[in-house]
Design a protein around this ligand. Structure first.
Ligand code: CAA
Length: 379
């Protein structure tokens, strides 16, 4: 096993780091505070190719591998997790879902718009009564011949206020349980799609999270993804890859917390020496560094298994579970190391601390990841 990144991956890392430090860092505190959507920053992400990194160049994508994607996600997530979740949902849920399971016509129509950032996508699985228990879908899509009639409500939808296209999971035949679920590509301009108010969140505050209502939306049959009844498996397969993206986001939060804590502890002096020279702080830094490294190895392993077209369901669950726990712990320690300065916005660690929490919740809570992992090791 080689632990050095190839030149092409180092180049992606450099580009993402430069973008994060130059374009995202100035203004990130204010955007978080005012919940302002990062419109200019998303435009720049599109120009740099970060919105369709893994998609085929034939559809306007960057043609890069998952490893390149997680490397970019880590660097961007060290600074701005509103931008990195927008990037993650667009890349690994929406573009990947359409490219892997869509028809050629669906790919031709939707992917160039999504990879270029002209359109942004949302993944609409969660409902008021169906979060972790994803088979309990209440949204219905009734087969009307050449179209489906879609009705229902989706909750916590990332990119909900700005997206032009939704991947919507809905029940088409309740009798069949999870085999009676389908996935549809829905355009937000279609009659009957209503966007609810933007959520006021603990973290990732400038990303736009909304409730979405579908009221008698006519979805052409040609916009169903896969065979009839494939929707639940589509959601599960897509989330397997999505979880690698969120694991990389969590890794970025942890690594960013460590970088800030290292910098501060070398500058800040107490009792006549930099606080990094006190064992109480040095040991915290040692623990953080070790856990960040272990999380990175799990994230890279999941990405590399996906690139090698091997099974990565358990690896992605482990990466997300572990990296998000490390993110929460590292951000907490970074605040502690900063003392009072860690409790105010200026030093960036309090934002990472708030952002870390969502990585233990979305795209499958830590508890759901443990279900996935335990089922695999016990099977
Ligand atoms: N790949 C393919 N098929 C899968 C699968 C996978 N990874 N996981 C399950 N399936 C199949 C099973 O084989 C089974 O099919 P068969 O009966 O034909 O064998 C079927 O799906 C049902 O599986 P289970 O019985 O295991 O289903 P379950 O009800 O026990 O649920 C679960 C499994 C893992 C808990 C699942 O419900 C789950 O992942 N829940 C969490 C949902 C989630 O992650 N939500 C996040 C919302 S999206 C989001 O956050 C996006 C955003 O905007 C940031």
């Amino acid at each position: 096993m080689i632990f050095e990144l190839k030149e092409e991956h180092l180049a992606v890392q450099e580009a993402a780091r430069e973008f994060a430090q130059k374009d995202l860092k100035p203004g990130v505190i204010e955007r978080d505070s005012t919940m302002a959507y990062p419109k200019d920053q998303v435009k720049k992400m599109a120009e740099l190719g970060f919105l369709g990194m893994m998609s085929d160049p034939a559809y306007g994508g960057g043609g890069m591998d998952t490893l390149a994607y997680v490397i970019a996600m880590e660097e961007i997530s060290k600074v701005d997790n509103s931008c990195s979740v927008i990037m993650s949902v667009n890349n690994s849920l929406v573009c990947w879902g359409i490219e892997t399971y869509g028809t050629e016509a669906q790919k031709q129509h939707y992917l160039p718009k999504l990879t270029s950032g002209e359109w942004i996508g949302s993944f609409c699985l969660s409902e008021p009564e169906a979060g972790s228990d994803a088979t309990s879908q209440q949204t219905t899509a009734v087969d009307m011949g050449d179209y489906y009639l879609l009705n229902g409500t989706k909750n916590w939808i990332t990119n909900g206020g700005t997206s032009s296209v939704h991947l919507v999971i809905a029940q088409t035949d309740r009798e069949k349980g999870h085999r009676g679920i389908n996935a549809f590509i829905v355009e937000t301009s279609w009659p009957g799609v209503t966007i609810g108010a933007k959520e006021d969140k603990l973290g990732i505050r400038s990303s736009d999270t909304h409730t979405i209502m579908y009221n008698d939306v006519k979805v052409p049959k040609s916009n169903r993804i896969g065979e009839d009844g494939f929707g639940f498996k589509f959601a599960m397969k897509t989330l397997e890859g999505g979880r690698i993206g969120i694991a990389a986001q969590a890794l970025g939060i942890a690594a960013g917390s460590l970088e800030l804590a290292l910098q501060y502890s070398k500058e800040r002096e107490t009792f006549g020496k930099p606080i990094a020279q006190h064992q109480a702080i040095a040991f915290k830094l040692a623990e953080m560094a070790t856990e960040v490294e272990a999380a990175r190895l799990l994230v890279y392993k999941a990405a590399m298994l996906k690139d090698a077209e091997q099974d990565y369901a358990m690896a992605s669950a482990m990466a997300k579970y572990y990296a998000s726990e490390v993110a929460m712990k590292a951000a907490t320690e970074a605040v502690q190391i900063h003392g009072g300065y860690g409790f105010v916005k200026e030093y960036h660690v309090e934002r990472l601390f708030r952002d870390a929490k969502i990585t233990q919740i979305y795209e499958g809570t830590s508890e759901i990841q443990k279900i996935v992992i335990s089922r695999q090791i016990l099977s």
